[in-house]
Structure formats: C-alpha cells, structure tokens
Design a protein around this ligand. Structure first.
Ligand code: C2E
Ligand code: MG
Ligand code: MG
Length: 700
C-alpha cells in the first residue's frame, strides 16, 4: 500500500509548518480546535450529496468521499490509488482528461458531464466541476466535485425527444422502445384510443407485432404497411427506427375503408353476385386446398357434386329473367340449408351449382347428401303469382383416393355424371364411374371422327315420304341424316347429333344436309319434271346462331337451282325459344322467300299452344309419341285432336309423324290431319328408293 492509503481519510496532507512552535496550552487549544474543525469538515465532506475527489497529477485517486458508495456502489477504499479515469465511461474519458489538464480545471468555465459506471453494471450521469490545485502547496492535487444528474439528464432528454416528436400529426403516432413497449402516444393516438374504448396505449400495437419492432431497430430499417386490426378497424403502421437505435416511431394510417373496398372486390371476384354463393374460382380454390390436405393425410374422403336445374331455361324464357333470378336465389338458399355443415355450395353460373362435401364415408353417404339436396330443390316454390316445380339433376364424383386427381378432373367427372342423371328418367342423382369415363372417351373419339366426317364424305341422306291423308299422294320427303362410320357402320342421328351440336360440328354438317337435300330434289325435278314433291330438311337450333343462315340458304337454293317453294325447314321448339327474336326474324325472312317452316316434334317441347299464333310457321308435326298412343284406351287421341283443331284454326298444316298402323292413319284422317309420315307408309330409304318411286309416276 502506498503512502496515500494512510492519508486516505485525511483531506489535507500533513502540512510542513512554516510557523514557530506555539506554547503547550495554546497547542492543546489549537489541536482541539483543529480536531473539531477537522471533524466538522470531515462530516461535511462525508455526508455530501456530491462526490468529492482529490486526484494527483497522474490522475490517481488520493481521496474520494464515501458518498461514492451511495451513488455508485463502489467502496471508496478500493478506489484510492486507482486511476480516476477508470470511473469514467470510455467515450467520455478523453474529454474529461482534457478538462483535468487545463490549468484552471475548468473552474469558472462551467461544468463537464460524463457517465460513470455503477457497480450494478448501469451508467449514471455526473456533472463535475474541478479545481486544479496542483500548484497549491497545501492541496497539491485536483479537486473534483461531481454531482449525480442522471434523473435530470433523463428528464432533459425526454423533453428534447418530445420536442422532436411529431405530436401534432393527424395520424396516430406511437413511440416504442426497441422491444415494442409503447412509451408515448400523440394526441391523435389518444383520441383513437378513446374512440375505440381501448385501455392503454399498448393496445394499439398487439403483442405479436413487438418482434417486428425489435427486428426493425436491429436492422435500422423501417417497414411499411404493417396491418393491424383493432376494434373492428384496420390500420397500416409504418415503423421508423429513430437515430440512436433506442426507439421507433410508428405512424398509423387508418385503412378501414380501403380495406372494405378491397374485401368487397375480392368478394366479388370470388362470389356470385346474384346468390352470394362462392363462384367457380373460389370453389376450385377450396377443392384444390382439400386435395392438398388429403394428400398430406389431413382430410378424409370427399365428394364433388355437380347440380343442374332441369328446364331452367324454360322458366327464364317464359316467365322472364327476374323470375329466373328469384328462382336461382331461392335454390341457392335451399341448397345452403340442405348441405351438410362444412360443405361448400357454389354457383357456377346459369343454373349450375357445385357442392364440395368433405368427410364423406363413401358412395352411399354422398348419394344420400345429393338426394337431400335434390329434394330441397324439388319442393314447390311460389314466386309471386307463379307456383314453380323445379327439379335438379346431380352428378357425384368421389375422390378415389389415388392422389392423382386434379380439381378440374373431379369437376368434369361430376359434370359427366350429372349429364347421365339428366338423361335418365329413373334417377336424379348419378355417381361417376368407370363406364361413364369410357363412354366419355368414346364420345371424345366420336367428336374427333365427326370433325373429319364431312370432309371425308361419310354422311348420306335417307328420305322418308310424307303423304296426303286425303288423297294418299306423296307430297314430299324428309331428308334424314345418316353417318357411315368407317368402323361402326351406319350410325343413326340420335347417336351423333347431340355431340355434333355441342361441338359445333353441326354447322358444317347442317350446311351439307341442306345443300345435298336441295341438290337431290332439284336433280329429281329435272329428271321428272311432273313431280311435285317437296323436300323437308331438319334444322338444328344451333344453326340459328349463325347470323348468315338466311343468306346461306338463299345461296344454296341459287346454286342448286331449287325453287324456294319446294323447300320445307323443320325446326324444333327450342330453336325458337333459345334464339327468340333473332330466330323469329330469320324465320320471317325465310318465309318471305317462299320456304315453308314446320315445327317438328310438336308437343314434346314447352311452347304452349297459346303462343303458336305468334310464331312465323306454316305447319306442325305432331310428335310420334302422341301418335303412337292415340289408339290406346285412355290414350292421347283427345290431345292429338286438340292439336289438330287448334292448328287448323290458326291456318297451320298438320303432319302426323310415326304413323305405324292403319288404325292411326284412319283416326288421323277423321280428325282432319293433313299429312302422315311413318313406317306404315315407308321407312326412310336411300335416294335410289325414292327415285324409283318418282320414276313410277305415283308422285306426278
Ligand atoms: P325427326 O325429324 O322427327 O325425324 C323423324 C324420325 O322418326 C326419324 O328418325 C324417322 O326414322 C323416325 N320415324 C319415322 N317414321 C317412324 C315410325 O313410324 N315409327 C318410328 N318409331 N319412327 C319413325 P331418325 O332418322 O333416326 O332421326 C331422328 C331425329 O334426328 C330426327 O327426328 C331429327 O330430329 C334428327 N335429324 C335427322 N336428320 C337430321 C338432320 O339432317 N339435321 C338435324 N339437325 N337433325 C336431324
Ligand atoms: Mg324432322
Ligand atoms: Mg319429328
């Protein structure tokens, strides 16, 4: 231990006396006075609020007041002999050293601030004033008086920070520490808290966002648009880490309205506007998600149902679109109510709905659910003045568990099964199976073959005579299409016309039939000028979608040289229903040429007798299903009679199809029906057969 240790409790070093020794009594008095004075000063110094430090020229501590224990937690005895600068924060040390070396020790020049380490590891801020008394023979040191100003310093910093804080900003602003604890909220933020009825500033920044604040400070980079929902409102917060890395300013922008618009747009993109049900996009999303969960083994078996209303078009066309819309809305509600919990009910547009059934036990389970849905749709429905009976056909595709199903495949399979259900009288619900798949493949093959059949000349026409019931004369022939398939042989029209209509190949096929029918009759008429038969050609409803249909027919007549009066076109009720105004306009134009229009298969469609007079037609062909049952007990005779009477009243010609018996022929004649066609008279025959007939002169 050095010499200074011994003197550690003596403020003043032992003075070298410059005075003569006093007398004994005086000496005692002086000593006492000195002791008292020393005790007084010692007590003064030791109880000081400040730290008083006496430092040697080399900055070693000669003395430090015990207050250092209270203020910094250090034992004063340990500090004596150590460099006084050890008690200074490294960053402040240079400044303090410079101040100490100044002759006047900054006396009068003011104070110096530095940080001093507390024994607990923290830092305290001190303000010091020093006096350089190195030249003073009594002190021979520097006296530094340091005061703990940590609290004042903190308060000052706080107020400086607040001055820099954008208080008056209209946006709510938070100041957080690096851990996301809220330190301060501006008035706009406080107003917001009050509006939302939230307890404290911290509730504007939910806990889960705190790590982001921390990361932000750590990276020294801001983030934008951190979405936070509080009290039903949405805010986008922007984080600005402040210089120094201690705090972050968070600016909140309310985006509730923007969000609502966005969500509405998203909803629109994912939902059907009329019924509010999910649309195809959302359905496919959910289906894909279910497939993924299934692959991961997180979901059970599921099924996709495809549901299509039967005869919806009729409701729409006959009662108007608003009734159709109401019907769809009602159906949507019923489906939703009847679907098992957790199912997704979607509308794909038109009268098509799809249902995703999760967790189905198997085929029977799915079928039961499908039947429940179909039954819900089938319950009678009163819309305004109408009571409607709607049914639905449902196709079911079960996930096979092979893991290779794509959402689209499942939907297509359900769709295919739905078509099967629609086609069958027995069932409204069908489950997709292998056979359907094969049938679909065959159909696909046929569609491909159909496209080539026109070019390859695989089509031919058979002709079936139509006779006058009063005279028995052959009045005309109907051209009936046949396909001579290279492998399958002669294919009847029922087997390929639906596919041709769906794929659009019916258009080139229809053109061919028209041209061939006209060419053939023109040729016969040239060969047998006395012949008076007409040619009836069937037109598909799809052919009315061609704007140039009328021009096309005019061109064919011109090319083949057939007189328009010798051509009859057979249309179906759906041709007029599906195309309404444009179809009617076309029919009117065709009639102006002199072509006659006949409504084929009358009675099987949905056009009512009462609307007949508005249609631009010349005749009706009574469907053969009515003719077939007209001679039965309780059969269709009254119906056929009504049709005949009504048609005659409207000035329309009536042709009976499918006449197979003499009895039918007789009954029809008695009813006043004009013409008959059927196996009784002749089956459809090849052109040569008709030519022979014409050559025989019976048609002259
Ligand atoms: P459709 O226009 O009603 O033609 C009459 C159908 O009834 C023909 O069948 C004919 O063979 C059949 N038939 C005639 N008499 C009798 C009979 O006494 N008893 C029975 N059971 N059937 C009889 P096909 O030729 O199979 O034609 C079926 C349907 O295919 C036609 O019905 C028509 O809708 C359509 N079709 C035929 N050719 C064409 C065509 O060139 N274009 C279009 N778009 N459709 C056609
Ligand atoms: Mg026909
Ligand atoms: Mg017919």
């Amino acid at each position: 231990m050095t010499d200074t240790t011994r003197t550690s409790y003596s403020l003043l070093p032992a003075p070298e006396s410059a005075y003569p020794p006093p007398g004994r009594a005086a000496l005692h008095a002086m000593e006492r006075a000195l002791r008292e004075s020393e005790a007084y000063f010692r007590s003064l110094v030791e109880n000081a609020r400040d730290v008083i430090h006496v430092i040697n020229a080399d900055a070693t501590t000669r003395y430090i007041t015990p207050s250092v224990r209270r203020l910094l937690g250090w034992d004063p005895e340990e500090l004596v002999g150590r460099n006084a600068l050890d008690l200074i924060h490294p960053d402040d040390r240079e400044r303090v050293r410079a101040a100490l070396s100044e002759r006047d020790g900054r006396a009068g020049a003011g104070t110096i601030e530095f940080r001093a380490p507390h024994a607990d590891g923290g830092w305290r801020v001190f303000e010091a004033i020093g006096k350089n008394l190195l030249d003073d023979p009594v002190v021979n040191g520097i006296i530094v008086n340091s005061r703990d100003v940590t609290e004042r310093h903190r308060a000052e910093q706080e107020s400086a920070r607040l001055a820099a804080f954008p208080r008056e900003n209209p946006y709510p602003i938070l100041e957080c520490d690096r851990d996301g604890a809220t330190l301060y909220v501006n008035p706009a933020g406080e107003r917001l808290l009050a509006e939302l009825g939230l307890p404290g500033a911290g509730s504007l920044l939910p806990d889960e966002h705190r790590p982001l604040v921390h990361a932000c400070v750590h990276a020294g980079a801001g983030v934008r648009g951190v979405e936070v929902r509080v009290g039903g409102r949405v805010f986008a917060w922007t984080y600005h880490p402040q210089p120094g890395g201690a705090t972050v300013h968070l600016f909140g922008e309310e985006i509730t309205e923007r969000k609502r618009v966005q969500e509405r747009l998203l909803h629109h993109a994912m939902h059907d506007a009329l019924t509010g049900l999910p649309n195809r996009n959302l359905f496919l999303d959910r289906l894909a998600a279910t497939l993924r969960r299934r692959e991961r083994g997180e979901a059970g078996r599921f099924a996709v149902l495809f549901l299509d209303l039967d005869r919806f078009k009729v409701v729409n066309d006959s009662l108007g679109h608003h009734v159709g819309d109401e019907l769809l809305v009602e159906v949507a509600q019923r489906l939703r109510a009847a679907a098992p919990p957790g199912a997704t009910v979607a509308r794909f547009g038109g009268d098509e709905f799809a249902v995703l059934l999760e967790e189905v036990a198997g085929e029977e389970d799915a079928r039961r659910a499908a039947e429940r849905l179909a039954a819900a749709v089938a319950a009678p429905l009163v819309l305004g003045e109408y009571e409607l009976f709607t049914t639905a056909s449902v196709g079911i595709a079960l996930e096979a568990g092979t893991g290779e199903e794509r959402a689209e495949t499942l939907l297509r399979n359900a769709d295919m099964a739905m078509y099967r259900a629609k086609g069958s009288d027995a069932s409204r619900c069908e489950v997709f199976d292998r056979a359907m798949h094969d049938a679909a493949l065959m159909r696909l093959e046929m569609e491909t073959d159909l496209r080539r059949a026109v070019e390859r000349g695989e089509f031919l026409l058979h002709y079936q005579p139509i006779v006058s019931l009063s005279t028995g004369e052959i009045n005309g022939v109907e051209a009936l299409l046949r396909w001579m398939h290279p492998r399958r042989g002669l294919v009847p029209p029922a087997d390929f016309i639906p596919a041709a209509e769906e794929t659009g190949t019916i258009l080139p096929i229809g053109d061919w039939v028209l041209r061939e029918g006209c060419r053939q009759l023109a040729a016969w008429r040239r060969e047998f000028p006395r012949v008076r038969v007409a040619m009836s050609v069937n037109l598909s409803a799809k052919q009315f979608s061609q704007r140039d249909l009328v021009e096309k027919i005019a061109l064919i007549l011109a090319e083949t040289g057939l007189d328009a009066r010798h051509l009859k076109l057979e249309i179906t009720e759906s041709a007029v229903l599906e195309n309404t105004d444009s179809a009617r306009a076309m029919l009117r134009q065709l009639r102006e040429f002199g072509i006659q229009i006949q409504m084929d298969d009358f009675g099987t469609g949905y056009s009512s007798l009462s609307s007949l007079h508005q249609l631009p037609i010349d005749g009706l062909k009574v469907d053969r299903s009515f003719v077939a049952r007209m001679c039965e007990e309780g059969g269709t005779a009254p119906l056929v009679r009504t049709i005949v009477v009504l048609a005659k009243g409207l000035g329309l010609a009536v042709i009976a199809e499918g006449v197979e018996t003499h009895e039918q022929r007789q009954a029809l004649r008695e009813m006043g029906c004009d013409y008959a066609q059927g196996f009784l008279i002749s089956r459809p025959v090849e052109a040569a057969g008709i030519r022979a007939l014409l050559a025989s002169g019976v048609c002259d």
